[in-house]
Design a protein around this ligand. Structure first.
Ligand SMILES: NC(=O)c1ccc[n+]([C@@H]2O[C@H](COP(=O)([O-])OP(=O)(O)OC[C@H]3O[C@@H](n4cnc5c(N)ncnc54)[C@H](OP(=O)(O)O)[C@@H]3O)[C@@H](O)[C@H]2O)c1
Length: 343
């Protein structure tokens, strides 16, 4: 099968592309930087040369690029929390999604996968998040862009477009081309402080997510497209459990202070106010602190039953992630003496 794939120079797109290439599929990659893609894939044993070099909002280039493709996977997005880039982030993500998914539907491609985010479903007042949970009200440009994109894709599904949607939790794992948010957070948990507060952290291994995308592309939706939504949530860890597991992997005690949820959320409010006066990028916001302190575990039951696949063991994910963070210089080796490979 020939797949038109976006986001191949990013974490999810790169791993999904590798999984598809390993399974013998052909790819056409929409990228802005083909050299970065060539370098990454050749380092991982694949030569890629079929590129559409364009922005994901360039509908003409996308339509031409999709000719001859059997399937589409859209993983590209601007993942930025910088309030100075809010409008750009929003327009980029919603515009890119409309150009890619909208064009694929218009061209009659019958096998389409869109990568959404669990953040669009995450809200308080539920015992568990699943695919029937309504879309949440989100505030920040990035999460609003994902939420509004999801609403648009749901409209396409309702009109009979064969789009399958995945909802990943925080994504961690090795071989991350740009150090995405959750891997960065892991490095900070280990080198600075790991939260010790209410609820916990849910994350999925990027390689399991890539497998999920490969599986869904190999098993396109055939009917009831509005049901083709899958949470790919991986494992949920209450904060003390994540701390314990990371201590076992790193071989070090991690710094942690018990901080009540309301204090974290008040910090988020202060940061949101400060950002209005002096815009700067920080992971601390009311919304982010809500995720840290009020995360409702999300169930991947539907996907696991459908695919009969499984998520790898937490120890494998955590060990490989920490080892890679250290080997790639994102985490000083002194913070992970047990797994770091010393030069
Ligand atoms: N990482 C997570 O924890 C997480 C969690 C839930 C959902 N997701 C979703 O998963 C998807 C992939 O995220 P990721 O973690 O792989 O992000 P990433 O590592 O930052 O990669 C983003 C990719 O999107 C591409 N891109 C961004 N804007 C583009 C544009 N205007 N035109 C063409 N390409 C563009 C980037 O290309 P360049 O290399 O040219 O910049 C890069 O390939 C996103 O939809 C994200 O919302 C991520």
């Amino acid at each position: 099968m020939k797949i038109f794939l976006t986001g191949g120079t990013g974490f999810v797109g790169a791993h999904t592309a590798r999984s598809l290439l390993d399974a013998g599929h052909e790819l056409r990659l929409l990228v802005r930087n083909p050299d970065a893609a060539r370098t990454y894939f050749s380092r991982h044993g694949h030569e890629v040369s079929d590129f559409v070099v364009a922005d994901m909002c360039d509908e003409n280039a996308i339509r031409q690029g999709m000719v001859g493709c059997d399937a589409v996977l859209h993983a590209a997005a601007a993942v930025s929390l910088d309030p100075r880039k809010a409008q750009q982030t929003y327009e980029n993500n919603v515009g890119g999604m409309k150009a890619v998914i909208g064009s694929a539907c218009d061209l009659g491609i019958r096998n389409i996968v869109y990568v959404s985010s669990l953040s669009v479903l995450m809200q308080t007042g539920f015992d568990e998040i699943n695919e029937t949970t309504p879309l949440a009200n989100t505030r920040e440009a990035y999460s609003r862009s994902k939420r509004d994109s999801d609403e648009y894709v749901r409209g396409l599904q309702a009109r009979g477009c064969p789009v399958q949607v995945t909802y990943p939790s925080a994504i961690v794992g090795p071989d991350d081309p740009k150090l995405s948010e959750a891997n960065h957070a892991f490095a900070q948990f280990i080198s600075q402080m790991i939260p010790n507060t209410t609820t916990g952290f849910q994350c999925v291994d990027v390689r399991d997510l890539a497998e999920a995308h490969r599986y869904l592309l190999e098993h396109p939706a055939t009917g009831d497209f509005e049901d083709a939504r899958y949470i790919i949530g991986g494992h949920y860890y209450p904060w003390p459990e994540l701390r314990q597991k990371l201590e076992a992997v790193t071989g070090r005690r991690l710094f942690s202070l018990p901080i009540p949820g309301p204090v974290f959320r008040a910090m988020g409010q202060v940061m949101d106010l400060l950002k209005k006066i002096v815009p700067f990028e920080t992971p601390i916001s009311v919304e982010a602190m809500g995720y840290v302190t009020q995360w409702t575990p999300a169930s991947s039951e539907k996907y696991l039953r459908h695919s009969r696949l499984h998520f790898r063991e937490p120890a494998d994910t955590l060990t490989d992630t920490v080892r890679w963070l250290a080997a790639s210089g994102h985490l000083k080796t002194k913070f992970a003496p047990r797994v770091a490979v010393h030069p």
